[in-house]
Design a protein around this ligand. Structure first.
Ligand code: NAP
Length: 254
């Protein structure tokens, strides 16, 4: 348990699976209070059960991040029951098996709603909560290496996703500038993993694609590796702001 972090309130999106579930587990074991939101409430409840003996607490809330009213009511619940947010982790994200030549608008809309707009709405509301309590908080965007370049091998399968993550890169830096210009001591970190072994790759059509590479043959990070990197950025002293952290499995080919 970490005494400096103990009791801090984290609002974590996409806590029901993959990287988000690993982040929730590590932070709760380090004594933090984690409000975990996602649509699959049964998964969140299972995680709560798993973490029932940890030093921190896990609070599951069902929330569809493509719906502004649901994001706002989950944050209102956090303010009412836990006093407010100290750390926001915008982790939820998706891609779909879609491209620009033949893709459908609904798939594109959902990627942009969750990866970009949901992230911005949660960020605005969390910063209001930090300012109400004069907290020097921390905003963390789980970005992607695809937010910095277009991977040649799979880029054609991830067009709108890569665009949404490039938006996240820009949004992290413009948020940092807005906060600095208004002298608000809130940190902003974009953390950009390469491939991570989660359901994400199966859902977005990269696996079983013309690459024909089975999941186990990828050199990829484990979700826990990204969770440890998040804990590292959270633990930096108040005068240090890690603005971008790129993390890949050693030898990754993308
Ligand atoms: N896996 C990778 O290789 C990789 C690489 C770089 C970056 N990333 C990024 O890492 C983050 C987490 O990805 P992951 O690999 O852990 O994916 P994952 O296993 O598919 O988990 C995605 C999470 O996002 C949530 N989510 C998706 N749509 C949502 C919606 N409309 N409302 C609420 N929650 C929603 C899901 O919850 P519900 O389905 O229960 O709602 C789930 O908890 C994403 O931002 C992703 O872009 C992943």
């Amino acid at each position: 348990m970490d005494s400096e972090l103990e009791g801090k309130v984290v609002f974590l999106t996409g806590a029901s699976a993959g990287i988000g579930a690993a982040i929730a587990e590590l932070l709760v074991k380090n004594g933090l209070k984690v409000v975990g939101v996602a649509r699959r409430i049964n998964r969140l409840n299972q995680l709560k059960e798993k973490l029932s003996k940890a030093s921190g607490q896990f609070y599951p809330i069902q929330c569809d991040l493509s719906k502004e009213s649901e994001i706002i009511s989950a944050i209102e619940w956090t303010k009412k029951n836990l006093n407010g947010i100290d750390i926001l982790i915008n982790n939820a994200g998706l891609s779909r098996d879609t491209n620009l030549l033949n893709g459908n608008t609904e798939d594109w809309r959902m990627i942009l709603e969750v990866n970009v707009l949901g992230l911005c709405i949660a960020t605005r509301e969390a910063i209001r909560s930090m300012n109400d309590r004069k907290v020097s908080g921390h905003i963390i965007h789980v970005n992607s290496m695809g937010g910095h370049f277009c991977p040649i091998t799979v880029g054609h399968l991830l067009s709108m996703y890569v665009a949404s993550k490039h938006a996240v890169t820009a949004l992290a830096e413009t948020l940092r500038l807005e906060l600095a210009r208004t002298q608000q001591k809130i940190k902003v970190t974009s953390i950009s993993p390469g491939l991570v072994k989660t359901e994400f790759l199966e859902k977005c059509g990269v696996l079983g694609s013309d690459l024909g590479i089975p999941m186990n043959d990828f050199l990829a990070l484990e979700p826990e590796d990204v969770a440890k990197a998040i804990l590292y950025v959270i633990k930096t002293p108040p005068n240090i702001e890690i603005t971008e952290l790129m993390i890949r499995s050693t030898g990754e080919v993308f």
